[in-house]
Design a protein around this ligand. Sequence first.
Ligand code: GLV
Ligand code: MN
Ligand code: MN
Length: 413
Amino acid sequence: MSETAQLRVDGQRLWDSIMAIGEIGPGEQGGSCRLALTDEDCEGRNLFIRWCEEIGCSIRIDDMGNIFARRAGRSNDLAPVVAGSHLDTQPHGGKFDGIYGVLAALEALRTLHDNNVTTEAPVEAVVWTNEEGSRFAPAMIASGVYAGLFEKDYAWAITDSDGKSLGDELKRIGYMGDMTCGSNPIGALLEAHIEQGPILETENRQIGVVIGGQGQRWFDLTLKGQDSHAGSTPMPGRRDALVAAAEIISMVKLLALEYAPYGVGTVGQMSVMPNSRNTIPGEVFLTVDIRNPDDAVLAEMTQKFKVCVTDCVNELGVECDIEEIWHCPPVKFDTTCIAAVEHAAQTLGYSNQRIVSGAGHDACQVCQVAPTSMIFVPCAGGLSHNEQESAEPEDLEAGCNVLLHAMLALANS
Ligand code: GLV
Ligand code: MN
Ligand code: MN
């Protein structure tokens, strides 16, 4: 038996750290609101760095604001085994989505530190910038730049709804680092995360061994009709952009149902102009998110979606501009990393099963350039992107132990 086989993380310390970060940017109903590159995000990052420095890690920050905290190994020329996720949240976010993966990585490093364990390759905890895509769309932007999927200039220029750019906000909070994003090699990346769906809870399994992620396509739609008086404009001949939006919303739902159970479709954001109760809305902006684990089926869904939108707006005398702002194809994770996670779960005696992620994750970007896998733990009712999001401390601890032992196996192999 190896000398590290008995190592276990401190589940209480992991839980306390998650709760401590959750206090930064508290939500109104028990969750968190820490949108990317806000002052709250900055405060969360600062706390993470302080914790990493307390255990002797060295910190590097790249020019997309990704933070890498390194615990040196015996052979520091080897590419590190990296674990982590994101600290930004949705506007009504929970305390666990992303945060768990970052603090599980920290807890693994703390456990190595407490036990004076040095790995062969260095090990690192990472925080990726703007995973959620809520303030700056698309999602997973900084891991996407790391993986060469987005140009950095494009990422820096993305603006939020107030017109502030991602690059300026990175500088403002002091997280435009001096390392070139993507220049630091990753030997392997592991990301622990709550499942954000109901499968593990339903199947009564403690660990999901994640073998890949489903594909997603994001669209911005601008509908242009005509502002007109709500009282004196006859119903025939109106060019009501909001009526068109309403039809598109139900059409997206029907389209997803046609591809059940794997197809999903969501309109999550909308703005109405001029947004006055007695003016027929002349312009509407809305977002559409369509997902499927099979890229060919996702393409078919996209094609049907575009045809339906065109038919609908033509009938209503409304013009529509559809811009596809993001296509993230389905991904398959690395067999060696999957095996490391599965072996750790089995050796530790945790019930487990293989699973495909419904949500997007930084690991789904980085897997293009480095071997990658993920570890899922159940969350109550499969609920996420909701302040009520919750997970059991024992499950979080189990996932963290799997992470620790998978990291050890990869870093010492
Ligand atoms: C990330 O949270 C996603 O939208 O899947
Ligand atoms: Mn997440
Ligand atoms: Mn999320």
